[in-house]
Design a protein. Structure first.
Length: 262
């Protein structure tokens, strides 16, 4: 794809690795300058990688902990003070592990609620009015295939992703006529270190197609965003899993639990 330089910025959270970094790459390829946000110090190095690949792209790395009530306001104020016009907002930052609800610490539960619910909603609340005023803007929220069902050992994760899914659908309807599109992306397993999969399991998943690469997911997500889609669930296996689990009665899930299948 030939890069067409734009003056506007795409803001991507969780941009230092995995899916977030690929979103930044794809959007840079579309011609956007990038505000790359992460709580990891390596964000500066990843910004250098983006500049090397896209020499005409302006990259503003921001090292910030988004798991705080003040984070969205601070990030918006930073962009405003530096005159960065954000046309694309990608709410991607998050955390994951499979653990029973009561086995999670209070600190982790607070963090996942802030990262998956509060901060994305507040970023939308801050940036969307500016997009609306300009009559053009795009918001992509990273949900999960688990957002349609309460998965045991993923209770908080799936619930917070459900919040993002519902928020995305409602705001898609509210903002579309004002020139702002909101898209929800609901992937299944992605080939990142987030899930702590063994190399053999990762390789098998990629071979059989039930695990998607971050690069492919990012391209599918951005394509759906610019096409005005309200929601996508990438991958046939993910769609089938979504359908199957939603059809299972709660008694079947309890049986799976007793048999220690998951």
């Amino acid at each position: 794809m030939e890069r067409k330089n734009r003056p506007e910025y795409a803001l991507v959270t969780g941009a230092s690795s995995g899916i977030g970094f690929q979103y930044a790459r794809v959007l840079a390829g579309y011609g956007y300058n990038i505000v790359a946000v992460s709580n990891e110090a390596c964000m500066e190095e990843k910004a250098a990688e983006l500049r090397a690949e896209f020499p005409d792209c302006k990259v503003r790395p921001v090292v910030m902990d988004l798991g705080r009530v003040e984070a969205a306001g601070e990030l918006y104020d930073l962009c405003s003070s530096e005159g960065l016009t954000v046309e694309v907002l990608v709410n991607n930052a998050g955390v994951y592990h499979d653990r029973d609800f009561l086995d999670d610490s209070e600190a982790f539960t607070s963090l996942i609620l802030l990262l998956h619910c509060y901060t994305p909603a507040m970023l939308m609340h801050r940036f969307a009015p500016d997009m609306e005023a300009r009559g053009r803007g795009y918001i992509l929220n990273m949900s999960s295939v688990t957002s349609d069902f309460g998965a045991q050992r993923l209770s908080t994760y799936s619930s917070t992703k459900g919040f993002l899914r519902l928020l995305s659908r409602a705001t898609h309807v509210e903002l579309r006529s004002k020139g702002v599109n909101v898209t929800c992306v609901r992937p299944g397993a992605v080939a990142t270190t987030l899930y702590n999969l063994k190399p053999a399991a990762m390789k098998a998943g990629l071979f059989f197609g039930y695990i998607i690469t971050p690069e492919r997911l990012a391209r599918k997500g951005v394509r759906a965003l610019f096409r005005g889609r309200a929601q996508i669930t990438p991958g046939l296996y993910t769609k089938l899993l979504d359908l199957l689990v939603r059809l299972l009665p709660t008694s079947a899930l309890r049986l799976i639990r007793r048999l220690r299948i998951f």
